[in-house]
Design a protein around this ligand. Structure first.
Ligand SMILES: O=C(O)CCC(=O)C(=O)O
Length: 285
């Protein structure tokens, strides 16, 4: 993560990384969805009031890590992607984990949005926050959104209020439902293959989808190594299929804990196992 990207993420509470996915990775992910479209379910988090409303609900997919081969493989490759690890190491410090199952949001023209939400800085919430102290960024949950189709400005989809991760006052309801002060809300334009990383504390949501082509946004959420944000079925040991993954990919799926937790190096391959003599897993010359 370079100095320009650090400046932009600290300032805005989100960052766009252009061309994150290679054309081959993008193709593999899209083909996996094309082959499994029957697994779509209606969005379980639907909440679109005011001008976020639409005639259709978003399509939602999860559980892709356990789809049959070869369809699960492109999703597994993203878990500890060597281009992603430096961003997570910078935003969290060393030690982070996947929060819950990756999921896809898909929309066609006329699909509703999602009310703006985000914890800001108004109240202390360790699961959704941003701070910079002693030369280190710290974040609660981070969302990595991989765009599998173009998003032109005005198409709809992911939107943010830039800088709102540092906001101190309550966001009024008529801004949250997109009825007022629309100029505050930025619909991030992307090309297929771009990634947007945002802090869950940044006010964000979904604008109704207007484009004639389909929205396809794939979301991976990561949290600091000691916490788990999302509810649902919570596992304290790894299921058997995780043995099929690389050591780095397995480390990403470990439950929340600190003591002797495997730490992933920036190459996305090397896993450091802290010991009694080296409890923080620091690589020493
Ligand atoms: O990308 C979107 O449509 C919104 C995602 C969202 O609200 C979230 O990840 O909390």
């Amino acid at each position: 993560m370079n100095e320009r990207e650090k400046f932009m993420f600290d300032l805005q509470g989100f960052l766009k990384v252009e061309g994150f996915l290679s054309p081959l990775e993008l193709k593999g992910l899209n083909e996996a969805f094309d082959a499994n479209w029957d697994k779509a379910i209606p969005d379980p988090n639907s909440h679109a009031d005011g001008d976020m409303a639409g005639e259709l609900e978003r399509d939602f997919f999860e559980g892709m890590l356990t789809w049959e081969q070869p369809w699960c493989q492109p999703f597994r490759e993203l878990l500890a992607h060597p281009k992603l690890v430096p961003y997570l190491n910078t935003m969290f410090g060393r030690g982070w984990k996947m929060d819950h199952s990756p999921f896809l949001l898909a929309s066609s023209a006329g699909t509703e949005g999602l009310r703006l939400h985000g914890s800001t800085s108004r109240l202390f919430d360790g699961t959704q926050h941003y701070s910079y102290t002693n030369g280190q960024m710290r974040c609660g949950m981070i969302v990595c959104q991989f765009q599998l189709a173009d998003v032109n400005q005005g198409d709809g989809g992911l939107c943010v209020i830039p800088g709102s991760h540092k906001a101190n006052f309550t966001c009024p309801d008529d801004i949250k439902n997109y009825k007022s002060n629309r100029e505050l809300v930025y619909n991030i334009p992307c090309k297929a293959g771009d990634m947007v990383i945002f802090n869950e504390a940044t006010i964000h949501g979904t604008l109704p989808w207007k484009a004639s082509h389909q929205r396809r946004s794939l979301l991976y959420r990561y949290s600091p190594n000691y916490l788990h944000f999302h509810g649902g079925v919570y596992q304290t040991s790894l299921p058997a299929w995780v043995q099929e993954l690389t050591p780095a990919q397995q480390a990403v799926l470990e439950p929340p804990y600190i003591y002797r937790r495997p730490l992933i190096e920036e190459d996305g391959v090397t896993v450091i196992r802290p010991t009694r003599e080296n409890p923080d897993g620091t690589i020493r010359p």
